[in-house]
Write a protein that binds this ligand. Structure first.
Ligand SMILES: [Zn+2]
Length: 292
């Protein structure tokens, strides 16, 4: 098994974790962007992924795996933080993987199928997507390894899971229980399908467990007494051409360097879209249109 943590191309290494794809926050007038964070890590009998991303970043995920010298069939375990499309739709790439999903999330997705709950981000074919895999419906505290625990943090969905990495670095791979640094700083979740109170308590619980967070839709960051420190730069560019082969136009070019975010104590913090940085903006209500 190659040591993917040694390589650092598209990914960002944090201990034995490697972020293959960094999540992107954002929504457009045509809906969610749906680019989630995909994290690779080793378990005793092979490689594992936390979340898979979806169709529109499939080629980038395959490129990132190739760079890490890991083939899709080398992935023996896939943890799905929850069943939203942007986290699960690349699962069929990993034919040899066992799947870990919270029991609560599977029950919730069942209610969505039967019409007893409404969640347009859960694909209605999820049962057939899982049927080719051995699926573990796990409860809070399930141990993947001596140093990796799965915790159920309801809020974004009733069965959202995060992975806590025990050890001196105290890391959490959050899925959408914490989607970005803004949520960690304010304690206020965007899109809390299982309720604001549960989602806020889950964010607080994760921050009690971990100081380095790999969020569902942003780059990894550390939380300390001074605030947020981004552990990787964020760069994202969007080019659109209005006809095939036409000259593309750059309609978004966002860059935020790694390092401390400006989060002085006392103010409300939010992302400043112009500079794509974190700035205090006292008095601003949280922007609900954050991301999936
Ligand atoms: Zn989600």
């Amino acid at each position: 098994m190659a040591n993917a943590a040694d390589a650092d191309n598209s990914g960002r290494s944090l201990g034995d974790l490697r972020v293959l794809l960094a999540g992107v926050p954002g929504i457009t007038d045509r809906g969610w962007l749906g680019y989630c964070t995909v994290t690779l890590f080793p378990l005793e009998d092979g490689w594992a992924l936390f979340d898979t991303g979806q169709y529109n970043d499939r080629h980038l995920l395959l490129d990132a795996l190739r760079t890490a010298d890991v083939s899709p069939d080398d992935i023996r375990h896939v943890v799905l933080s929850h069943l939203h499309f942007d986290h699960c739709l690349n699962l069929p790439l990993f034919r040899k993987a066992q799947v870990y999903l919270s029991r609560a999330e599977r029950e919730y997705a069942g209610k969505v199928l039967s019409g007893d709950a409404m969640d347009p981000a859960i694909p209605d074919f999820w049962p057939s997507m899982l049927e080719n895999h051995r699926v573990h419906a796990v409860d809070d505290g399930f141990r993947l390894s001596p140093t990796k625990r799965l915790r159920v943090f309801p809020g974004h969905t009733p069965g959202s899971m995060a992975m806590i990495c025990d050890g001196p670095s105290r890391m959490a791979v959050c899925g959408d229980a914490v989607k970005n640094a803004w949520e960690a700083v304010t304690g206020r979740p965007g899109m809390p399908l299982a309720g604001d109170a549960a989602a806020s308590e889950s964010i607080a619980s994760i921050l009690r467990e971990a100081t380095v967070l790999v969020p569902g839709h942003d780059v990894p960051f550390a939380m300390n007494a001074d605030g947020v420190e981004f552990l990787a730069p964020f760069h994202w560019e969007v080019n659109i051409s209005l006809y095939p082969g036409g000259p593309g136009e750059t309609v978004a070019s966002l860059h935020r360097p790694a390092g401390p975010a400006r989060t002085p104590k006392g103010g409300t913090r939010r992302f400043h879209h112009k500079e794509n940085d974190v700035e205090p903006r006292s008095g601003h209500a949280p922007d609900k249109k954050k991301e999936e």
